[in-house]
Design a protein around this ligand. Structure first.
Ligand SMILES: [Fe+2]
Ligand SMILES: [Fe+2]
Length: 303
């Protein structure tokens, strides 16, 4: 059931695609603020009929800033989680130890990359955009859950990145080239993480009863609820950033439409696209068909 990925295979792929931060950001590799950063399938700004073209681009860029910032944020819980998972099993399988440490090292690099991006964004955009946090408090709240629930959350996040890049960014020539490059380089390493997450879920579930597995799935759903609360706050921050950046005050009616459309856009971006990912559902179904059915029963609310 879980034999589709190996530590040796993911390690070989990770060595092959490895990149350095200085190769992809800085120097003449700059963001072009005349272009959108995010694909419309995630940003959902065009349906906001009360915005003109420039305003839609500004909101799209605010969403792009939040996207990379939120990834930086969630990776701050993934990093200690992977290290804690690797620590007791450093002996016995050299490929496993190296693959998991490589995974952790890449997440540390991604966190640093997203901080570099954030600094450059603020420089060029001219307005400081708030993002939910602080990262250590969010990491603490998530890591307080059952490790299998956290592993399923991580699995969800890494496959979600695959869906976003392949489905909406890879062939999208309208987007800024530098932002696409950041997403591409992130994706190319996350491919291995998604496979390692599958192996982590396997390892953490192997001695559990169905009832214990379903309890961990409930904890995954609880973490999703916690993230959803953060997304509601993020929409408020994005609204505030939008008004500051454009100098426009939205009417109460416009604000209501903004909140409705953008909350659902955020839900799809960070929750629905992971909960409905075929590989996430496949792994849940491998644990027990009831785990898959449970997640499928609520996923529609986040699409
Ligand atoms: Fe990452
Ligand atoms: Fe990752």
């Amino acid at each position: 059931m879980f034999d589709r990925y190996t530590y040796q295979g993911t390690l070989a792929a990770a060595d092959f695609v490895h990149w350095r931060i200085e190769d992809i950001i800085g120097g003449n590799k700059r963001l072009d603020f005349s272009k959108p950063f995010m694909p419309e399938s995630l940003a959902r700004v065009t349906t906001l009929s009360f915005l003109n073209g420039d305003e839609k681009r500004v909101l799209n860029q605010i969403r792009g800033h939040a996207y990379l910032s939120i990834f930086g944020l969630v990776e701050e819980f993934i990093l200690p989680f992977v290290i804690d998972h690797a620590r007791p099993q450093l002996a016995g399988d050299d490929y496993r130890a190296r693959a998991l440490l490589q995974f952790a090292g890449e997440e540390a690099k991604h966190i640093q990359l997203f901080k570099r991006f954030k600094a450059e964004f603020e420089d060029g955009f001219g307005v400081s955009c708030k993002v939910i946090g602080p990262p250590d408090a969010i990491a603490k709240a998530i890591l307080a859950h059952d490790p299998l629930g956290v592993a399923i959350t991580t699995l969800h996040i890494e496959w979600m990145v695959q869906e976003h890049y392949i489905g909406s960014v890879k062939d999208n020539q309208a987007l800024d080239g530098q932002f696409r490059s950041l997403l591409k380089h992130h994706w190319i390493e996350e491919v291995q993480h998604a496979k390692l997450d599958t192996l982590m879920v396997q390892s953490l579930s192997k001695d559990r009863s169905e009832a214990e597995i379903l309890k961990a799935v409930e904890e995954y759903i609880e973490i999703g609820g916690f993230i959803d609360g953060g997304l509601k706050q993020q929409v408020e921050f994005d609204l505030e950033s939008f008004e500051t950046a454009t100098g426009r005050s939205l009417t109460d009616e416009e604000k209501t439409e903004f909140r409705t459309v953008q909350l659902q856009a955020n839900r799809w971006t960070y929750l629905g696209s992971g909960m409905t990912h075929p590989r996430v559902l496949e792994t849940l179904g491998d644990l027990t068909p009831k785990a898959r059915e449970r997640v499928e029963s609520i996923a529609g609310d986040f699409c």
